[in-house]
Design a protein around this ligand. Structure first.
Ligand SMILES: *Cc1c(COP(=O)(O)O)cnc(C)c1O
Length: 387
């Protein structure tokens, strides 16, 4: 029987929250114009720049990840602008929708769900654009709906070669999970959200903005008020906010960024990498097929095909018997895959427990042998030890 209070979240957001961060959340709010709060903003801003590996402005918005992405689009572009949108999953589709809603002319570069975007297609279209009409390239780094990571480093090099186009990137499930060196790759807009790698509850989003993007903002004519980033930039010069921010979430953010700094970027990235390898290889040992192409597995989500088994029933069984919440498939993949989130505050024990719950359930369904169930644990443990 499930004990709701001890439900383990293994979905790609919201992710588990450390006790220290929960305690920070439970304090009385303070005035958002107080000196105390300004000191907090100074601290989080400095640590956000560290996390993004950038000297650029990193703004905090009260709103979910979608707010940061929408802000990136409406602050730098104008009606009728031509943009490229990479689309190989649910989130890529969302950016196409947002771009169209604001009257942009969208050139789609698509790839089948479960496969990565092909950088060469970006290169070709950008190289052919001699008139420099393409104003931005919008894409998702880690496509959470499929568990695929796109080759942002290569694609961003082609965007840079074009010179004119901005890069607007959804790094919601890559930032704080794998390397996203914003300055080195010269990314113009990088969006992320609190309920993912940041280890805090939903409600804040973050946007890193380059000088080039600020220049584009001078010409942008799309309507905006709450998400007008110039207001946020102006307030940030005095470590403040244009409107009332989610004060308690900023307490939490300060705590979680300090935890991340104490762990160090390399350790954070290698932890996510070993969890990805342990999980994906354990699934293969259980004769389950990965949904994503193995050359481009996301560091934070493993999507798994269930074949004849109804993935929704399977998830329900795991939740009821083991208090572990897995995510389902979205849209046409509903019932056909489940997705395991291993992003943020996740340790080896979480991985081993999830592997055991999955193998135990398959064993009971008569889909695998006890030997295979054991092998899956041996395989995952090996990857956990190696790194
Ligand atoms: C979670 C997520 C978002 C943000 O979604 P919100 O619900 O607005 O926080 C955006 N992109 C990706 C890839 C995500 O995983």
């Amino acid at each position: 029987m499930a004990i709701q209070q001890k439900l383990s979240l293994m979905i790609p957001g919201p992710t588990p929250v450390p006790e220290k961060v929960l305690q920070a959340l439970s304090k009385h709010p303070i005035g958002h114009r107080s000196k105390e709060f300004q000191e907090l903003v100074a601290s989080t801003t400095k640590n956000l720049q560290w996390l993004h590996q950038t000297q650029n402005d990193v703004l905090t918005i009260t709103g979910s990840g979608t707010a940061a992405m929408e802000a990136g689009i409406i602050n730098t572009l104008s009606k009728g602008d031509k943009v490229i949108c990479g689309e190989n999953g649910k989130f890529g589709e969302r950016w196409v929708q947002v771009a169209k809603e604001f009257g942009l002319e969208v050139i789609k570069i698509q790839s089948k769900w479960g496969t990565p975007l092909n950088p060469e297609e970006f290169k070709k279209i950008l190289e052919e654009d001699k008139q420099k009409e393409i104003k931005a390239v919008i894409l998702t780094h880690s496509e959470t709906s499929t568990g695929v990571i796109n080759d942002l480093e290569t694609i961003s090099s082609y965007i840079l070669a074009h010179k004119k186009a901005l890069s607007i990137v959804d790094c919601v499930t890559s930032l704080g999970a794998c390397n996203v060196p914003v300055d080195k790759w010269q990314l113009d807009i990088v969006a992320s959200g609190s309920q993912k790698g940041y280890m805090i509850p939903p409600g804040l989003s973050f946007i890193a903005i380059s000088q080039k993007a600020w220049e584009a903002a001078e010409k942008s004519n799309l309507p905006k008020f709450y998400l007008n980033l110039k207001s946020y930039r102006k307030s940030l010069t005095s470590n403040s906010n244009p409107y009332t921010p989610a004060v308690n979430l900023v307490f939490a953010l300060d705590e979680s960024l300090k935890m991340m700094r104490a762990e160090g970027l390399d350790n954070i990235f290698s932890r996510h990498k070993k969890h990805k390898l342990a999980m994906s290889n354990a699934m293969k040992a259980l004769d389950l097929e990965l949904f994503a192409d193995e050359k481009c597995l996301s560091p934070s989500i493993t999507a798994v095909k269930t074949g004849e088994i109804d993935a929704e029933e399977f998830r329900k069984t795991i939740k009821n018997n083991f208090d572990i919440l897995l995510a389902g498939g979205q849209d046409h993949m509903k019932g056909k895959i489940f997705r395991i989130g291993h992003l943020g505050y996740v340790n080896d024990r979480d991985i081993i427990t999830a592997v055991s719950a999955i193998s135990n359930t398959l064993l009971k369904l008569g889909k695998i042998t006890a030997q295979q169930a054991g092998e899956a644990l041996v395989v995952s443990s090996r990857y956990l030890e190696e790194n």
